[in-house]
Design a protein around this ligand. Structure first.
Ligand SMILES: [Mg+2]
Length: 172
């Protein structure tokens, strides 16, 4: 099978970084937990709820994101039996391109440049797509695995995976 894997909130954890930056600049608590269905901007004071857009556009934002637990080992295992593609809507954020490339080279050096797709809309023809954003499933004909993130917890129309072990249980 060909498997398309998203980066943010699937391999990498931008939420953690947003909270750190909001904590550094505005004292937002580091142990902030997002309510189901919410984005980070729902949980900060109104006058700074657009600040996330500045953070995400800064060079370096994507370079040091923490890994989602178990992602490296799981992708390695999937690669043994399947063709894995990283598919990230990176062109939305100009400064993210180099950072995302370097981040992948650091944490996923076993993924070839041939298997990395930085794009806008995810028009891909794979058998499986693993993504936390349901909008990326529109028009996709393969098996859709919604990777759990606070913002998608209220969605019920998709096959859901809460963590990388569940992905392996379904696909290996
Ligand atoms: Mg994502």
């Amino acid at each position: 099978m060909r498997i398309a894997i998203d980066m943010d909130e699937v391999l990498a954890d931008p939420l953690h970084k947003f909270i750190q930056l909001y904590n550094r600049d505005y004292g937002v608590p580091l142990d902030l937990i997002l309510d189901p269905g919410n984005e980070i901007y729902h949980h900060v004071p109104e006058h700074i709820n657009n600040k996330w857009f500045e953070y995400i556009n800064e060079k370096g934002f994507f370079r040091d994101l923490p890994l989602i637990e178990g992602s490296v080992e799981a992708v390695k295992k999937l690669q043994e039996n399947h063709e894995v593609y990283i598919v990230s809507a990176a062109t939305e954020f100009r400064n993210s391109l180099e950072d995302k490339w370097d981040w992948l080279a650091e944490h996923f050096p076993f993924i070839s440049w041939r298997n990395i797709m930085f794009c806008g809309d995810k028009i891909v023809n794979t058998d499986v797509m693993i993504d936390d954003r349901a909008k990326n499933f529109v028009g996709f004909n393969g098996r859709k695995l919604l990777f759990t993130s606070p913002h998608n917890l209220l969605l019920t129309d998709y096959e859901r995976v809460d963590n990388w072990q569940q992905v392996l249980d379904k696909l290996l």
